[in-house]
Design a protein around this ligand. Structure first.
Ligand code: PEP
Ligand code: MN
Length: 363
């Protein structure tokens, strides 16, 4: 279990206290003109957003565009002055932090390729001691919640209390239609661990293409995430990085307009009564499931004792296959998803085996 983070209320400084928190802007800062054109088109529809641009770009291969470097921070400052946007950029080491602080960058974020490395994160954390600046930590590339939490804790321990997380998807062996598989469950677990930590969704890096962005953005709202980071370029077709996934400011405007906001609660009495009733039923079923699982485990233990007395192996593949086939068939007939049933049974079976073996190991 993670220690609680010491957090300051981020709402008081982010977009004038309004949720959702929006961070829009190009993947990379390419030129003063590119930044200005993009910022000015975004500004036509959004006044209170944070403007993002990558100044140092962590790229998979060395010969791709690796960002303009510190020079682009001057251009970012100009955007801040001209349009009144707060500005945000990615930092990957302590020198980046130093340059950003000098240039008046308002928000720093740690990228997915940096979060994976505790040495890098610690070195950034050390350089932030005594500084009051909001920092967002993107999830690591691999689906490792502890690594994500560890990075947040390192930054928080350095005294940064305006802290947030960015969910940008995970690289899996099979990413399905996504560039990075969303694995919503990990973001939900992060929220459950730190209920006050804002989590922003980055549908651009999850989707990798514009078509999927609206679906991912809406899903993040349905899951009560706190905002969106969306890559936006005045002309994505000439972008020097991530050109396939950036939206034009106009597409961005349409996207945001078409999202359906969701509330946490409602004052509608019928809705509330029905919700309470359904939740009560679910609570009862959860209790039944737990009781039945406990009964199942104690039967498994008795079988384990018998097997031990008779010198029989704990794991019996034919029996296990029979259970799987029967339950998958029944589950399917009841409209339950195969993978869900499979994972559920596997987890029960793992625990049965553990119960049947650990007792005897400790004897
Ligand atoms: C980015 O935001 O442009 C970026 C490099 O993101 P990530 O660290 O999520 O890959
Ligand atoms: Mn990018």
């Amino acid at each position: 279990m993670a220690d609680l983070l010491k957090l300051n209320d981020i709402k008081t400084w982010f977009s004038n206290g309004q949720r959702p928190y929006h961070i829009f802007g190009p993947c990379s800062a390419e030129s003063p003109e590119q930044l200005r054109k993009t910022a000015s088109e975004i500004h036509q529809n959004f006044k209170n957003v944070v403007f993002r641009a990558g100044v140092w770009k962590p790229r998979t291969r060395p010969n791709s565009f690796e960002g303009v470097g510190a020079e682009a921070l001057k251009w970012m400052q100009e955007i801040k002055q001209e349009f009144g946007f707060k500005i945000a950029t990615e930092v990957a080491d302590y020198q980046h932090v130093e340059s950003c602080l000098k240039a008046g960058v308002d928000i720093l974020w740690i990228g997915a390729r940096t979060t994976v490395n505790p040495f890098s994160v610690q070195s950034i954390a050390d350089s932030l001691k005594g500084i009051d600046i909001p920092v967002f930590v993107k999830n690591p590339i691999n689906p490792d919640l502890a690594l994500w939490i560890g990075a947040l804790e390192r930054i928080n321990k350095a005294g940064i209390d305006k802290l947030g997380a960015i969910h940008r998807g995970f690289h899996m062996t099979d990413n399905g239609p996504y560039r990075n598989f969303p694995n919503w469950n990990l973001a939900i677990q992060l929220k459950a661990t730190f209920p006050d930590l804002p989590i922003i969704c980055d549908p651009s890096h999850i989707s990798g293409k514009p078509e999927l962005i609206p679906y991912i953005a809406q899903k993040s709202i349905d899951l009560d995430m706190d905002g969106l980071m969306i890559e936006t370029h005045y002309n994505p077709s000439v972008a020097l990085s991530d050109k396939q996934q950036q939206l034009t400011p106009n597409q961005l405007h349409n996207l945001i307009n078409n999202l359906k906001p969701k509330r946490k609660t409602s004052s509608n009495i019928d809705f509330k009564t029905q919700l309470d009733d359904l939740r009560e039923q679910i609570d009862r079923i959860d209790n039944d499931i737990i009781e039945r699982l406990a009964e199942r485990m104690s039967l498994a233990k008795r079988i384990g004792d018998n097997k031990e007395k008779n010198g029989i192996t704990v794991f019996q593949v034919e029996r296990w296959q029979k259970i799987l086939n029967r339950t998958l068939k029944n589950g399917k007939a009841l409209g339950l998803n195969d993978k869900f049933i499979f994972d559920f049974l596997n987890s029960i079976h793992d625990e049965s085996i553990r119960q049947q073996t650990t007792d005897h190991l400790s004897e």
